[in-house]
Write a protein that binds this ligand. Structure first.
Ligand code: SF4
Length: 77
């Protein structure tokens, strides 16, 4: 399992909770009803990517910490 850097753009997050529902071991809601990635190693990579895809406003960015490759959203060419 790759080490992932997961960031939530809190300015964009609308608090839908989809990411928490998909990967509760990774995401939780903070006190402002925004998501935070409290444990980047809390689920398998494919589950984390599914959570990022589930976000209705694309607030979640997932980067492979070792290679620096952005996994989601797919980088623009
Ligand atoms: S799915 Fe997106 S909008 Fe919904 S809580 Fe998670 S980061 Fe926020």
């Amino acid at each position: 399992m790759a080490k992932l850097n997961i960031t939530v753009n809190k300015a964009r997050c609308v608090g839908s909770g989809d990411c928490v529902e998909t990967a509760p071991g990774v995401f939780q809601m903070d006190g402002d009803e925004k998501s935070e990635a409290y444990n980047p190693a809390g689920a398998a990579d494919n589950v984390i990517l599914a959570a990022a895809r589930a976000c209705p406003v694309k607030a979640i960015t997932v980067v492979d910490a070792d290679s620096g490759t952005q996994l989601f959203p797919a980088p623009k060419k």
